[in-house]
Design a protein. Structure first.
Length: 237
């Protein structure tokens, strides 16, 4: 966002974008965005912030569950007079709180930088909508990481699968933008649920996308709570 000063009210940039192949602009959601405005530039910046926070959320979901085995404190924690379900519930809420805190801090920093360019009054509602939509998707990624850690025994394996999943889903969203015949894969690619350039004129993600996110969150969380109490933690006493 601090680079926006080089783009602001720069007609030469618009001429440069006209030369870039349309397919490339569509792949990275640049086709309908005016990068010389605060809203347009923010839409592109939010795409990359979204990917970074998705990686954070899914890895946090893994770590919040597996850290006791990773740091060799599980043999102490799980002999306490608390059920695994009770401990797992506290872990889930704690991790989700960290995701919310990260979103709030990122949104605050984003708003402080954007305020330097005196954006239009409608920009602040757009920014709020963007981070609300992002929050739903980050909760989804967090729940996926949570369930991975509950199902898979090895922490390193769960981390690897989580990281690769985010990159695979992001690449899939780019491929969907490029190839029309792949539109049927949109329900699979979480990054296709929200396009920040479209939120400039739309209030929220589609109902279908919201319902899918809710289902993924519910099923992933339920899977984690069902499998983890039966999981062999592999402790040697």
């Amino acid at each position: 966002m601090m680079e926006f000063s080089a783009y602001r009210d720069n007609p030469e940039l618009l001429q440069l974008l006209e030369v870039i192949p349309q397919e490339l602009l569509v792949a990275f959601n640049l086709s309908d965005v005016n990068l010389t405005t605060v809203s347009g530039f923010s839409a592109i910046t939010l795409e990359y912030i979204h990917v970074a926070l998705a990686i954070y959320a899914i890895l946090l979901g893994v770590i919040i569950v597996a850290k006791e085995a990773r740091f060799k404190t599980a043999d102490f924690l799980y002999v306490m007079p608390r059920s695994r379900t009770h401990i797992l519930s506290i872990k889930y809420v704690a991790g989700l709180s960290l995701v919310v805190l990260m979103i709030l801090m990122t949104g605050l920093q984003f708003a402080l930088i954007a305020s330097q360019y005196q954006p239009e009054s409608s920009y602040w509602s757009y920014l709020l909508r963007s981070f609300l939509n992002m929050s739903v998707l980050l909760w989804t990624f967090y729940s996926l990481g949570f369930s991975l850690a509950c199902v898979i025994k090895g922490t390193k394996l769960a981390n690897t699968i989580a990281s690769l999943s985010v990159f695979a889903l992001y690449l899939l969203s780019i491929m969907i933008n490029l190839v029309e015949s792949l539109d049927w894969l949109k329900p699979v690619s979480l990054f296709s649920y929200v396009k920040f350039s479209e939120l400039i004129t739309h209030d929220f993600m589609s109902i279908q996308s919201f319902v899918l996110c809710a289902l993924i969150i519910a099923l992933s969380t339920l899977l984690g709570f069902i499998t983890y109490p039966k999981k062999d933690l592999g402790l040697v006493r």
